[in-house]
Design a protein around this ligand. Sequence first.
Ligand SMILES: Nc1nc2c(ncn2[C@@H]2O[C@H](COP(=O)(O)OP(=O)(O)OP(=O)(O)O)[C@@H](O)[C@H]2O)c(=O)[nH]1
Length: 239
Amino acid sequence: MLNTQPASNYPLNDALASNRIQERLRKARQTFRANDNIAAFIEDGELDELRLEVEDRMREVLEALVIDSDNDHNTVGTARRVAKMFIDEVFAGRYRAAPPVTSFPNVARLDELMIVGPITVRSACSHHLCPIMGRIWIGVLPNSDAELIGLSKFARLCDWIMSRPQIQEEAVIMLADELERRIRPDGLAIVMEADHFCMHWRGVKDERPVMTSSIMRGALLENNDLRREFLELRHRGQQ
Ligand SMILES: Nc1nc2c(ncn2[C@@H]2O[C@H](COP(=O)(O)OP(=O)(O)OP(=O)(O)O)[C@@H](O)[C@H]2O)c(=O)[nH]1
């Protein structure tokens, strides 16, 4: 027998969680673009409500695509899975607070270039929500008076920033701002290379293009030798 009664998770009387959160953001004059983190505006329990709301709306998208997910054994749980994937996995960097980042005093007053990478990163383009799969290299020239952060925290911060719908140019700027704010280095360099599936899977359907963006700040922008050292060491790490 066909199921003709799709279940709904929408609250009957109460305002939707997405409306309440948007209201708070507007009141605080905070933007909520695709690549903004809005964790500070989400109250306890509201992520559960958002997940149910996205599930219902995703079910409507499937209906609009004329997919009978109520009676299709393959898509019966798709709306729920997609909602969970967006909120808890691929766009979690919008909804979760920043990861805890351990820092240490620079006791040895290190002032030599340090490079981390390649760090594998996954994101999605804001335009089509297609995957972006890439690699990031980070170069830091520590300030002898500033803090050092744990090595794994570079990867955790990359994941937090990248797990949002993004464009690559803005993603690397956001990452650079976050790292500068936390470690106050004398120089910072970031190179990101990524495959954009909106070009591979659809659109021009060309498998080859890779987008490369770089950011150089402080001593790594001003000192050509230092910049060359970063770029050479990055290439050596690729071989
Ligand atoms: N600059 C930049 N462009 C991106 C990025 N990710 C995706 N794009 C491009 O953004 C564009 C999307 O906008 P439109 O040109 O309106 O999309 P479209 O008409 O579907 O274009 P096609 O992809 O050419 O079919 C495409 O050219 C994408 O390849 C990114 O990180 N940075």
